[in-house]
Design a protein around this ligand. Structure first.
Ligand code: ADP
Ligand code: ADP
Length: 237
């Protein structure tokens, strides 16, 4: 469902973000992308939802050539790809449920997040997502009153409520303490297994990646230097 064919990405300043990447990812896979800072992990993830344009080769996602999408078609495409960031990217003074609901409408304005009216079906969808990440009881609390781990769960619930088949997470546990990081990884794993979502996680913490994900892709200087089952990885990666 995600296929990179000889994909390279050169940034406008000439930096090479990806070099000749070939990858095939099926629906329902749980993948950890590892590599040091600057290796190209973010670039790889961001090309999948069209945040980064590909400069060479072809990237197909669900039979769509991402490079050819513009405007409305790109916005429609992105509904199917949920993003989770290290920094959560929540609207701080607004309730948790409104933050989750914001994903139901792409490019929602700040005012709509604060005051917009949502259908009962949308609210049920948001509450179900919060329940799946174990913070249903926090639905009506301001997002900035939650701990880091809870805020990351809100961000995961927001991506779930969007009904995306693909979840992309850019270092979702890097800012969390080790215990909380594991709890959030548990949530990702559960969601991957229960809902058959395709999950790609950038994670510089190799042990966590090996423990939780099913497939490891290691990136170095924009190239894929390893791709295989997590269980097959030895110390040499
Ligand atoms: P990390 O190591 O956490 O992935 P980086 O330091 O590589 O973060 O990048 C942080 C942000 O700065 C990213 O959004 C990336 O796109 C941007 N960035 C990184 N390097 C450059 C650069 N040379 N020029 C412009 N933007 C950059
Ligand atoms: P990682 O996520 O593994 O830390 P990135 O994908 O952020 O790596 O970065 C890969 C390379 O691309 C780095 O050399 C980084 O500096 C560069 N880069 C990232 N974003 C930009 C940008 N917006 N403009 C220019 N160079 C960038």
């Amino acid at each position: 469902m995600i296929k990179f064919e000889n994909v390279s990405k050169v940034y406008p300043n000439g930096t090479r973000g990806l070099e000749d990447v070939n990858l095939e990812i099926q629906q329902g896979e749980f993948i950890g992308i590892i590599g040091t800072s600057g290796a190209g992990k973010s670039t790889l993830i961001r090309t999948i939802n069209g945040l980064n344009n590909v400069t060479e080769g072809t990237l197909m996602v669900n039979e769509t050539n991402v490079a050819q999408l513009r405007g409305k078609a790109l916005r429609e495409f992105r509904k199917n790809v949920g993003m989770i960031f290290q920094s959560y990217n929540l609207v701080p003074r607004v309730s948790v449920i409104r933050n989750v609901l914001s994903s139901r409408v792409p490019n929602m304005s700040f005012l709509s997040v604060c005051f917009g009216l949502f259908s009962k079906a949308d609210k049920l969808k948001a509450l179900d997502a919060l329940n799946r990440v174990g913070i249903l009881d926090k639905a009506y609390i301001r997002a900035d009153q939650l701990s880091g781990g809870q805020q990351q769960r809100v961000s995961l619930a927001r991506a779930l409520a969007q009904d995306a088949d693909i979840l992309l997470a850019d270092e979702p546990v890097a800012a969390l303490d080790p215990v909380t990081a594991r709890e959030v990884m548990d949530d990702f794993k559960r969601i991957n297994k229960e809902l058959n979502k395709t999950v790609l996680i950038n994670i510089h913490h190799v042990e966590l990646a090996l423990e939780y994900t099913d497939r490891i892709i290691a990136v170095k200087k924009g190239r894929i230097v390893f791709d295989g089952p997590s269980s097959s990885v030895t110390q040499q990666v």
